[in-house]
Design a protein around this ligand. Structure first.
Ligand code: ASC
Length: 150
């Protein structure tokens, strides 16, 4: 085989394997959309529970807030794998794919912010919970403003 042919064959194999992985996770774009929306739904529920405490609408219970913050932190790692190529749709703006580096940066910012909230929640420092909660909320909003359809 000529070198060019070998390179072509190798490239094709890498592409095939890469595509195989992408589609092994989600057979259809609808599956990816359902997955990421489900993650956000559960995240929003736990985030909302903490929000009520921060706003003074619910009493502060350390274990409860710690549990919800840990859930949010874990869930925050999940949606991104469901924004792969070919999974456009739902409430996702096309910029997620056309400005993917910007989207990834926003995703990382949010994960860092909810990790900080989780640290505060585990320590039980309500003032710090309020501070980190506000910062985390800003990262949710920032991403929605740029990347989520109204
Ligand atoms: C939530 C939720 C969001 C964020 C965002 C914060 O509870 O569902 O998307 O908080 O509204 O600004």
């Amino acid at each position: 085989m000529k070198l060019q042919k070998i390179i072509l064959a190798a490239t094709a194999t890498v592409l095939a394997v890469g595509t195989g992985f992408a589609f092994a996770q989600f057979q259809k774009s609808e599956d990816a959309i359902k997955y990421r929306q489900s993650v956000y739904t559960v995240m929003s529920h736990s985030f909302g529970k903490i929000s009520a405490v921060v706003k003074g609408e619910a009493p502060y219970n350390k274990e409860e807030v710690a549990k919800n913050a840990a859930l949010v932190a874990t869930l925050s790692t999940l949606p991104w794998q469901a924004f792969g190529p070919g999974t456009e749709g739902g409430k996702a703006q096309p910029e997620i794919w056309s400005e993917n580096a910007k989207f990834k940066a926003a995703a990382e910012k949010m994960q860092l912010a909810v990790a900080n909230l989780n640290t505060a929640a585990q320590s039980g420092d309500l003032e710090n919970i309020k501070k980190t909660f506000a910062a985390a909320g800003q990262t949710c909003k920032g991403c929605h403003d740029d990347f989520k359809k109204k």
